[in-house]
Design a protein around this ligand. Structure first.
Ligand code: 5AD
Ligand code: SF4
Length: 442
């Protein structure tokens, strides 16, 4: 019998990348092998995102493509998973009959029995129950990277920022047990992994549902002390919940990367309130001051949304001022995207697209100056870099990342590395998006 094959098309955030690795793990257990060729695969999982309209549009285009693919490959099973699947439900199946199975965000670890059931009797097609399957996936995720592992520590979100679809499609916060998390990291260490990212929509809330308000600090410390954990990252932090204890641990523990990602979203108190963020600009500034006090050399990055409903020129100028003052190492900047089902979608005073685009450009211009300035500060320093492989654009150049998550490029010359090697690189030239360097002779 022909070897059965699966393909996964993944969209969205790191949590989706992690979920995709769990789908892959379960498909491998069922005897399927990976193929990039999604036209001819027996099972395809399209793992979706709906955080912004642009993501949804792209994915709907891809789903459309499968109409044709399934005329050629009639036996192919098309699974739609992730946030859009959860949001769209039954209606998506009606509109796109090429989809065979709908896998909700809470059903990732149920994937294997869902597939088995479907193969046996072509049974239930929609599996979008938000009631979480508490049991964890017992098998092994098939990880994309050979040295860096995603470690989900909690699922869902309780915050209900007024722009955000995530709490609506990923449900309430549920934390994994500390024991399971540590066991997963230890297993990955034994398999050769050295970099770990603890994942959750709001990692600072970890363990609150288990009745422990200090649980994230404890977990972070415990994970950082696991032998073999060379680099520990965590995302995403919420500025409202990030506390001194966590900052201290992140600053002190050698294995924890000196990188703080704290999404500010906006610089005006009026907009922060309308977003339901739960902090003021002043509170955010004092958080940054605290990070700089304990970890003066750490990189600080953020997320910002421009054009939230009601954002005036004066409000936007406050965002620009904040960005100028803080000098983030990098900022992920987004145009506000109206998500139906969220409160902000019904707010009056939606901002015209042309204004949003102009604000985005203005913001990026200022942030680019910051990024270059921050990167220039590293010229002449020696950075510890994990080798990611040959550069995408030039195979005679190595690429890797610093603990602060900056991209570093250096000439291969006669240096032989393996992906995942830790090497020392002297930074010789900084650009806005990357650092160039040369390998230090050990
Ligand atoms: N429109 C634009 N950006 C959004 N984000 C979340 N929801 C929206 C939306 N409706 C951004 C936030 C978040 C990041 C992951 O995506 O900045 O931090
Ligand atoms: Fe991730 Fe949010 Fe997109 Fe879902 S909607 S995949 S949680 S970014």
């Amino acid at each position: 019998m022909k070897n059965r094959q699966y393909s996964i098309l993944n969209y969205g955030c790191q949590m989706n990348e992690s979920d995709a690795e769990h789908f892959a793990g379960q498909l491998a257990e069922l005897g399927y092998s990976y193929s990039e060729d999604y036209h001819n695969a027996d099972i395809v999982v399209v793992n979706t995102c709906c955080v912004r309209e642009s993501a949804e549009k792209k994915i709907l285009g891809k789903i459309g493509e499968f109409k044709g693919i399934k005329i050629e490959n009639t036996k192919q099973i098309l699974c739609l998973a992730g946030c859009m699947a959860q949001k769209g439900g039954e209606a998506l199946l009606k509109k796109y009959p090429q989809i065979d199975l709908l896998i909700g965000t809470a059903q990732v670890n149920n994937f294997k029995p869902i597939i088995l059931n479907y193969l046996a009797e072509h049974g239930q097609r929609v599996h979008a129950d938000m009631k979480i399957n508490e049991q964890e996936f017992e098998g092994q995720a098939v990880r994309e990277s050979t040295y860096a592992a995603w470690i989900p520590i909690m699922y869902g979100c309780n915050n209900f920022c007024t722009y955000c679809i995530v709490p609506h499609v990923r449900g309430r916060e549920r934390s994994r047990s500390k024991e399971n998390i540590i066991a997963e990291i230890e297993k990955a260490v034994a398999a050769g992994y050295l970099e770990f990212t603890l994942l959750g929509q709001n990692v600072n809330s970890y363990g609150k549902d288990l009745g422990n308000s200090n649980a994230f600090a404890e977990l972070l410390k415990a994970c950082s002390e696991i032998k073999g954990v060379k680099r520990l990252r965590y995302m995403t932090s919420h500025p409202r919940d990030m506390n001194e204890e966590v900052i201290k641990i992140a600053a002190q523990q050698k294995s924890i990367c000196k990188h703080f990602h704290v999404p500010v979203q906006a610089g005006s108190n009026k907009i922060l309130k309308a977003m339901n963020r739960g902090y003021t600009k002043e509170k955010f500034l004092s958080l940054i001051a605290m990070i700089r006090k304990y970890a003066p050399d750490a990189a600080i990055t953020t997320d910002i949304i421009v054009g939230f409903p009601g954002e005036s020129d004066a409000d936007f100028n406050e965002t620009l001022e904040l960005v100028k003052n803080i000098e983030f190492d990098a900022a992920y900047t987004f145009i506000y995207s109206k998500r139906s089902g969220t409160p902000a979608a019904n707010f009056e005073e939606q901002i015209p697209l042309a204004v949003k685009k102009a604000r985005l450009n203005q913001l990026m211009e200022i942030q680019n100056i910051n990024s270059l300035k921050k990167n220039k500060e590293l010229e002449g320093t020696v950075q510890e870099v994990i080798v990611e492989g040959p550069s995408k654009n030039n195979s005679s150049i190595w690429s890797g990342r610093t603990g602060s998550n900056k991209l570093v490029l250096w000439p291969m010359e006669d240096k032989e590395y393996k992906i995942g090697d830790l090497v020392k690189i002297k930074i010789t030239a900084a650009q806005t998006w990357l650092l160039k360097g040369i390998a230090e002779n050990e």
